[in-house]
Design a protein around this ligand. Structure first.
Ligand code: ACO
Length: 319
């Protein structure tokens, strides 16, 4: 059977790390409040020289290196972001140019924090239908640029970064992406959105969120879609080696794992270090756990995310 196998991963963070204490110097908040409600201790914030495309390119280079693949061997680039460098063209094409790839398929996917799950599902479909042999799937964000730094309820939650995976279509007996499930419920737009855009205000806008309601939807939707994905892959929670969740909030991670009866030790947590990096958070956390030796070849890994839209999704893969 032809499946999309993860050949390598990479990630990138901006140079500047901002602790909760540093944030509390300019925002009416405290280290204690942020840690207690979210588990976040610090986040990385892009400077003027760092953009979504530059972070994405750095992450992509590291994924290519880990996979032992030349950039010229990439057929498809799918980049998930809600903070593109420009309204158009797609940031994926800037990454393509930076990597020196003369011709390939390159486009962006917008599903906010669920972006990487949408991107990897689309890339997997393209690979399995023969559109190409290798795909770079990237999640990259500079959310710091769309935050309202006067709104303490949201600005403390997010950070910038990028993560990438190199997928290759291969004849396998069990390795690769086994199942993926995606959802959207546009009727919940007002729970999490940006109050601007080219077609409405001609501005970029700022992130707005009704945190409590998002929390409630997140725990239910994520537990449901994880169960649905495991069922589609013909697996039970006991078969799972690692869950790599979207890193929104430590309390959402704990509550979701509990609901599914998953051991908390199997959940990769990076929200303390990176905060919520939206579409970048899943591949960033995956790369951290591969590089520190937790995720090993042959492990069964579940990816999951929920975000604005509302959108949510999950994927099961054998690494
Ligand atoms: N520092 C100090 N106090 C604050 C801060 C802050 N940064 N932010 C809000 N407060 C205050 C509020 O003003 C309020 O004060 P009041 O009681 O005097 O009115 C109090 O803290 C409680 O505010 P709530 O918004 O009700 O706090 P809550 O307990 O719901 O926690 C949080 C907020 C952390 C955002 C929570 O709702 C949450 O985790 N929601 C999930 C949303 C999320 O993680 N979204 C990320 C994007 S979506 C996604 O990725 C899935």
């Amino acid at each position: 059977m032809i499946r999309s196998v993860v050949k390598g991963s990479g990630s990138a963070l901006p140079r500047r790390c901002v602790s909760n204490h540093e944030l509390a110097e300019t925002v009416d908040t405290s280290d204690e409040w942020i840690i207690e409600r979210t588990g976040i201790r610090q986040r990385y914030i892009a400077d003027d020289t760092e953009t979504t495309a530059s972070l994405a390119t750095d992450a992509a280079r590291r994924a290519l290196e880990a996979a032992g693949v030349e950039a010229s061997g990439v057929d498809i680039i799918v980049l998930a972001t809600a903070t593109p460098d420009e309204t158009f063209p797609a940031t994926a094409t800037k990454v393509q140019a930076a990597l020196g790839i003369e011709d390939c398929v390159a486009f962006d996917v917008a599903a906010v924090c669920t972006g990487f799950l949408y991107a990897i599902s689309v890339a997997d479909s393209l690979l399995r239908t023969g559109m190409g042999k290798r795909a770079l799937v990237i999640g990259a964000e500079t959310f710091s640029r769309i935050l309202d730094w006067e709104d303490r309820a949201t600005c403390v939650l997010f950070g910038d970064g990028a993560g990438a995976m190199l997928l290759e279509a291969e004849e396998t007996d069990g390795q690769g992406i086994l199942a993926a499930k995606l959802h959207a419920a546009g009727q919940h737009h007002d729970l999490l959105y940006v109050d601007g855009g080219p077609s409405t205000t001609q501005t970029v806008g700022h992130l707005r969120m009704r945190g409590r309601e998002v929390f409630r939807h997140a725990v239910k939707n994520l537990a449901d879609v994880l169960g649905e994905t495991l069922e589609a892959a013909g697996l039970t929670p006991a078969a799972v080696d690692w869950v790599v969740p979207h890193q929104a909030n430590a309390r959402i991670l704990d509550a979701t794992a509990k609901k599914l009866g998953l051991d908390a030790d199997k959940v990769v947590v990076t929200v303390d270090r990176h905060a919520n990096t939206s579409a970048a958070s899943v591949p960033l956390a995956f790369d951290v756990a591969v590089r520190d030796g937790r995720i090993q070849r042959g492990d069964l890994v579940l990816l999951e995310a929920m975000g604005g839209g509302l959108t949510w999704g999950a994927a099961a893969l054998r690494y």
